[in-house]
Unconditional design. Structure first.
Length: 565
């Protein structure tokens, strides 16, 4: 019974919902955002401007104005509009580089001849277009858009009442479709005089929720009818059957697409080499132990990774390690020297007391013998109690630490590496020695896309791994580099070649793995063009095959277009 009452109320209330969004006599407030509905469209361009006119579901003509060469949006321009010879006036600005036009002629199906007079600073041009409005689209535009529905709902109280009513209907539908409790185990036969309102021809009763299914379906159809009436087809970027890609102007603005005309030019022939970052031998150092021993930290502890040290700074101490037999011999030698020093000192004192009686030469010889004994003792003493300081050979940052307190090290074992990050080199291996006989310029690119300017230092005269080593100096020290980091070195030679120079980001990979660029033959259509390219300096490439002169090529956002399916 409840289902029937709600169904009757829905039938009575549904016809009144539509007028709430279609009555006249009130203002719609601020202009809504441009619609995304796939409506009739027209486009035109000149050498200066490119305009796309889209008829939205709100019966207004949305205009997207760009620079033709670069696809850069033009904001703040003046757009005068003439429809079928009638001057409509200036299209007001509806957003950034978006203009809107309202005219009753756009409500009727048929062909509309529209002329746009565009003025942007000192630039002015006329762009004629022909807009064809099909009969079905003209009728569909009478349905309110989503923005208008929301705006009306915020202002009109009876719309809120209709929304609450639909919410209650949904609750009732959910209640009707909810599971019922299980029937009792003992079934009581109905009386002979009772009636079965829901029963099959065989006499078996029909469950309540099954019997209510037709009413529920009818109620859902009534509730969804306004939504289906207002629904409009959506325009989204998509790949066409012919392989081209359709990207509407609103999506182009979001993706930040930019284009550039393809122009022929000359560039140096570039050779790709594999290289790595190395330390400048004049601004780096490796600390090694001169003898075996046990290492001890200095007063402030061992330097940490990345710590800056000065030239001559003490980094640690090495206590020499000797065998027990050698240590006994050294100590015996020191004891013998101590005894000789005592005897020599006594002899010097005795001779000094006899000055004038003893020859001065004899006194001088005694003093020389004493000094020699003292120096011999001083030379043997560090072998037992002394330690050797470890000092930094150059200033820079500690890049490698291979020590720990108490560690026993061997002679010539590396302990610390010091690198100056402001003075780094790049080493590359060239297997074609004739190709790099002359180097006019060079650059390098890291795996992360960082471009490094290089200055040629020199080439080796001995093959290494069947290749010739080349050294380059990194100009204007780059940050974030590490010794041993792999890079791709681009060596420019004096030879020249002809092609189309484009930014490196204009070239992307297609699903088959080939290199392509995207040509823009019209305002919202993009064609993938397979090309053959060679890198120039990490930021530019030279297209040698596959692209015609004068074509508009996407230079920014090509990777986003490639993801459209």
């Amino acid at each position: 019974m409840l289902i029937r009452i709600l169904l009757l109320l829905a039938l009575l209330a549904a016809p009144g919902i539509r007028p709430a969004f279609s009555h006249e006599g009130h203002s719609h407030g601020d202009e809504p955002a441009p619609p995304a509905a796939a409506a009739p469209r027209a486009e035109a361009h000149s050498d200066l401007f490119e305009i796309v006119a889209v008829l939205g579901a709100d019966r207004r003509l949305w205009l997207y104005l760009d620079r033709h060469a670069t696809s850069e949006p033009i904001d703040g321009a003046t757009v005068q509009v003439t429809v079928d010879g009638q001057d409509i006036g200036t299209a007001p600005r509806a957003g950034e580089a978006v203009y809107v036009l309202e005219n009753p002629a756009l409500d009727r199906p048929g062909q509309r001849n529209i002329v746009f007079t565009i003025t942007d600073g000192e630039d002015m041009d006329l762009l004629p277009v022909t807009l064809v409005i099909p009969a079905g689209v003209a009728a569909a535009t009478s349905a309110p858009g989503l923005a208008e529905v929301a705006s009306t709902a915020m202002r009109e109280p009876y719309v809120w009442a209709a929304g609450i009513f639909l919410l209650l209907v949904g609750v009732a539908v959910g209640r009707a479709a909810a599971p019922r409790p299980l029937p009792p185990l003992v079934v009581v036969e109905p009386s002979a005089t009772g009636t079965r309102p829901h029963a099959l021809p065989s006499g078996a009763p029909i469950p309540e929720r099954v019997a209510a299914a037709p009413a529920v379906m009818a109620l859902m159809a009534i509730v969804m009818a306004p939504v289906l009436a207002w629904a409009q087809p959506m325009d989204a970027p998509r790949r066409q059957p012919d392989g081209s890609i359709f990207v509407p102007k609103p999506s182009q603005r979001l993706l930040g697409l930019r284009t550039s005309p393809a122009e022929l030019g000359e560039a140096s022939v570039t050779i790709h080499l594999t290289g790595q970052v190395v330390a400048d031998p004049n601004a780096s150092g490796r600390v090694q132990a001169s003898e075996a021993g046990r290492i001890e930290p200095p007063e402030g502890g061992f330097p940490a990774l990345g710590q800056r040290v000065a030239r001559g700074e003490v980094l640690g101490f090495v206590v020499p390690i000797m065998a027990a037999q050698d240590r006994v011999g050294v100590r015996a030698s020191i004891a013998e020297l101590d005894a000789l020093i005592v005897i020599s000192e006594a002899r010097v004192r005795r001779l000094t007391a006899l000055t004038g009686t003893v020859a001065a030469r004899e006194i001088s010889d005694a003093r020389a013998d004493l000094e020699g004994l003292r120096q011999r003792r001083a030379a043997n003493l560090p072998a037992v109690t002394g330690r050797e300081p470890i000092v930094a050979p150059s200033a820079g940052l500690i890049s490698v630490v291979r020590v720990a307190a108490g560690q026993v090290i061997q002679a010539q074992e590396p302990l610390f590496d010091i690198v100056d990050p402001a003075r780094l080199w790049v080493e590359a291996i060239a297997f074609d020695t004739a190709a790099v006989a002359e180097v006019s310029a060079a650059s390098a690119m890291t795996a992360g896309g960082q471009v490094l300017r290089l200055g040629f230092v020199g080439r080796g005269m001995t093959l290494r791994q069947q290749g010739l080593p080349l050294h380059f100096r990194i100009e204007a020290g780059a940050r974030g580099l590490a010794v041993g980091q792999p890079v791709t070195v681009l060596v420019e030679t004096p030879r020249r070649t002809v092609g189309i120079v484009l930014p490196a980001e204009a070239v992307v990979r297609n699903p088959e793995g080939g290199q392509v660029v995207y040509e823009m033959p019209s305002a919202e259509r993009f064609l993938p063009r397979p090309v053959r390219v060679q890198s120039l300096d990490g930021q530019r490439v030279l297209v040698t095959v596959g692209l015609e002169r004068g074509a508009r090529v996407v230079t920014s956002g090509a990777a986003l277009i490639a993801q459209v399916r």
